[in-house]
Unconditional design. Structure first.
Lengths: 328, 157, 305
């Protein structure tokens, strides 16, 4: 049998040492660089806005608060109402818009990582290198996941600072940090939702294999999950309490309220409502609220953060498992 | 640009390939070395182009070059020196120039007769190849393992 | 050592078998050409060998018994897929760093020398290179890993003749220098004879031919003679493919060697790789595999006027 000059010296067939993580981290960073830059730019712009607007709000709040110092005990309903008129709408709208941040950054970071490789065929290069596909996938996912979560955590701190004047205890505090949207933007929930968006994006990317459809699907799934949490899940982390309306503290989350009639039962029929409206409060009608007390805020944050983290880790593990099983 | 040519530190010749000739590649290389020896381009002691260089410029299989060089070794024309390359060891028996001229003239005469008899070029080649084979077969002389010369016709009824 | 060894290897995608009952042993130290029509199963076979796909049936091992796709196998095999995939938005230098960081062993000096020879600028984005340059870059990255086996899937498909020549020259020079084995697939037959010394012919998901080129050419020849005697000859000899006219027939036969006697009244011609491949492709039932021969008496199929 003819053979070339000297076939390469037989190297021992023992398993070679794995490629070090440091090197894989470079790979992950290098390929993540551009989208990271984009995300940083976007967050930077938003942060700048929050800082500028936040400073204005705090200034106006200080002015309103000065009124109550000047005339203690009189209350400064007027001053605070003016303050709310001017600034609450902006703050509220900002908050609603910020809800999109964890969704978009997570999905935009997570989905393309695997979708682009599979769509463009570069996985045929990446998965035949010495490092192997498992380590490669782990490195490609871990770095952006950690960076994204850290950035989101920092961002939610900024938001907390921004919105503080509206949370602070005062006669006409307009908002509770426990309210659905604000709860999602503060504490650790924001970071957890960003990580979840990333993980959902990653698994969508490896399943759908095309960038834009994967992002769309991930966005839809994340939104559905958020909606389900806001409307149903979160209320039930702990059994809610019931009390007379108006007796709940300002920092609690009032989930719903209802009226009871003189007979102690819920007001449901139309003519009872009419009677109520004709001054029924003095005839034995009472308003009740079902709520979560403000003291449970951090407890709930930990629960939500916890299950979102678990879900994210599960989805990332699933992504890696799918990568291992994927045929060409 | 890729390095052109196969001149290592000291091979006087370069190979070329005739893809359409029907002659196996390794045989073309052997023939080119023998031809170069006859014409004086190569002398004993000269180095043949390095295998890697031949391969890089002709884009042929390395084993083909190795086979050609082994064939030359078998014929006693070349020898490999480990770590250095393959070198020409001997030369082909030289035929003196006047004798060559005489042979050339008598060949032209024969060709004239063949032409008169009605053979065309291909017919002449076929006849000559067959006679060549017969001659060396009878003589028991060296034939390479592929059955020699050009168009590969191996047996005529 | 066999660089790729398969036993009853098969791969099914949904309901179709892309590859079936593939049993091969490609020895080291060769440039093996995997040849066959489009869709024959070449890419499937290569994907199985480099670990991009897992078998539905059978076994594939590489580099002397390592499981395909295992860390040791990935370490020793470099693969360039069809269309030479690269990260288009990374620069050439970045691709070098990337490959270096994804492997235990990478010869940066060699790679940079090759790129300099080829005139490929390090700063340019990979996507901005020409098709030929991209193929060369992908090849350089693969060779820089100093693999024991280089696997190429249709590497020459989009290259012009000069680029093809330069590409193969680089592959063969590396094979000559390091003793690296090569397995490459192609559906273009020209130039194969110069480049390959081992031939694997795949058609319809099955392997028809797997043997050294020298041996194949020594054991096949074309017999030309009277058409009337063609059937009689076919009884005695193993005919792969026959072409007949009214008076004359050409039979591509498989013999036991060049010394096999030529039937009286017939001429024997040397067969080229291209002719051999085409003949087998026209006869799906024929096979020339080392070991127990599957003798197929081919029926004369082509009648030329």
């Amino acid at each position: 049998m003819t053979a070339l000059n000297t076939p390469a010296p037989a190297r021992p067939a023992t398993t070679p040492p794995p490629v070090p993580w440091r090197r894989l981290a470079w790979v992950s960073w290098r390929q993540y660089r551009t989208s990271a830059a984009g995300a940083v730019a976007l967050l930077g712009v938003l942060a700048l806005y929050l800082v500028i607007m936040g400073l204005r709000i705090r200034g106006a709040y200080a002015d309103a608060a000065a009124c109550s110092l000047a005339a203690p005990g009189k209350g400064c309903v007027g001053a605070f109402m003016l303050f709310d008129n001017d600034y609450f709408l902006i703050a509220e709208t900002t908050a609603a818009a910020l809800l999109a941040v964890p969704a978009l950054t997570g999905v935009f970071a997570g989905a393309p990582i695997l979708a682009r490789e599979l769509d463009s065929g570069t996985f045929r290069f990446a998965w035949t290198q010495g490092a192997g596909r498992t380590r490669w996938t782990l490195a490609r996912l871990a770095l952006p996941a950690v960076a994204l979560t850290a950035a989101a955590a920092a961002f939610s701190q900024l938001f907390g600072w921004f919105f503080y004047p509206f949370f602070a205890g005062r006669e006409f505090a307009q908002a509770s940090a426990f309210a659905p949207i604000y709860f999602t933007l503060t504490g650790i929930a924001f970071a957890a939702w960003a990580l979840a968006a990333f993980a959902i994006g990653a698994v969508a990317g490896v399943l759908i294999r095309r960038v834009v459809p994967a992002m769309a699907a991930a966005l839809a799934a994340w939104s559905g999950l958020l909606l389900a949490t806001l409307l149903y899940l979160r209320q039930h982390y702990q059994a809610p309490l019931t009390a007379r309306a108006g007796q709940t503290s300002l920092s609690s989350w009032v989930i719903g309220n209802w009226w009871t009639g003189p007979n102690g039962r819920r007001v449901t029929s139309e003519h009872q409502i009419i009677a109520l409206l004709n001054g029924g409060v003095h005839r034995g009608y009472a308003q009740w609220a079902i709520y979560q007390p403000g003291t449970r805020y951090w407890h709930f944050q930990l629960i939500e953060g916890g299950w979102l983290l678990a879900l994210s880790l599960l989805l990332i593990a699933a992504t890696i498992w799918i990568v291992r099983r994927r045929a060409a | 640009m890729p390095p052109e040519g196969q001149r290592g530190p000291g091979s006087p010749i370069e190979f070329r390939l005739d893809a359409a000739s029907g002659v196996p590649t390794y045989l073309q290389l052997v023939q080119q070395v023998e031809h170069a020896l006859r014409l004086g381009y190569l002398k004993p002691g000269d180095q043949l182009p390095k295998v890697r260089d031949v391969v890089a410029s002709l884009a042929i299989n390395p084993n083909t070059v190795l086979k050609a060089y082994r064939e030359l070794e078998t014929k006693g024309l070349a020898a490999g020196r480990p770590g250095q390359g393959t070198f020409i060891e001997a030369t082909l028996s030289q035929v003196a120039l006047p004798e060559l001229a005489t042979l050339h003239r008598s060949l032209l005469g024969w060709l004239a007769s063949a032409d008169v008899a009605g053979l065309d070029e291909d017919g002449i080649v076929a006849l000559f190849s067959s006679a060549l084979r017969d001659f060396f077969d009878r003589r028991g002389g060296h034939r390479d393992s592929r059955g020699g010369a050009s168009a590969g016709t191996e047996g005529v009824a | 050592m066999n660089v790729i060894e398969t036993s009853g290897l098969g791969k099914r995608y949904h309901q179709t078998w892309a590859l079936r009952e593939c049993t091969l042993a490609i020895p080291a130290g060769h440039v093996a050409a995997l040849v066959g029509p489009n869709g024959a199963g070449k890419t499937t076979l290569l994907n199985l060998a480099v670990g991009l796909a897992t078998p539905t049936a059978g076994v594939v091992t590489v580099l002397g018994g390592l499981p395909a796709g295992s860390p040791a196998a990935l370490d020793g095999i470099a693969f360039v897929a069809q269309d030479a995939p690269l990260y288009k938005n990374l620069s050439v230098a970045d691709m070098l760093h990337l490959t270096g960081n994804l492997n235990r062993r990478f010869d940066h000096g060699y790679a940079q020398e090759r790129l300099a020879d080829l005139g490929i600028p390090l700063k340019r984005k990979a996507g901005k290179l020409s098709g030929g340059q991209q193929a060369q870059l992908a090849l350089t990255l693969a060779l820089g890993r100093r693999p024991r086996l280089l696997v190429l899937d249709e590497p020459l498909a989009n290259l012009d003749p000069l680029a093809r020549h330069d590409f193969m020259a680089m592959v063969l020079a590396a094979a000559a220098e390091d003793g690296m084995s090569v397995v490459l697939s192609s559906h273009v037959l020209t130039e194969l004879e110069r480049v390959a010394d081992y031939l694997i012919l795949v058609s319809g998901g099955r392997v028809q031919v797997a043997d050294e080129v020298d041996g194949l050419l020594a054991r096949h020849r074309v017999l030309t003679g009277p058409a009337a005697e063609a059937d009689r000859i076919a009884q005695r000899l193993s005919v792969v493919h026959a072409r007949r006219a009214e008076a004359q027939a050409h039979l591509l036969v498989r013999t036991s060697g060049p010394a096999d006697p030529v039937p009286p009244g017939w001429e024997a011609h040397r067969v080229s790789v291209e002719e051999l491949v085409l003949a087998y492709l026209r006869e799906p039932g024929a096979a020339a595999l080392p070991g127990p021969a599957r003798t197929q008496q081919a029926q004369p199929t082509e009648v030329s006027r």
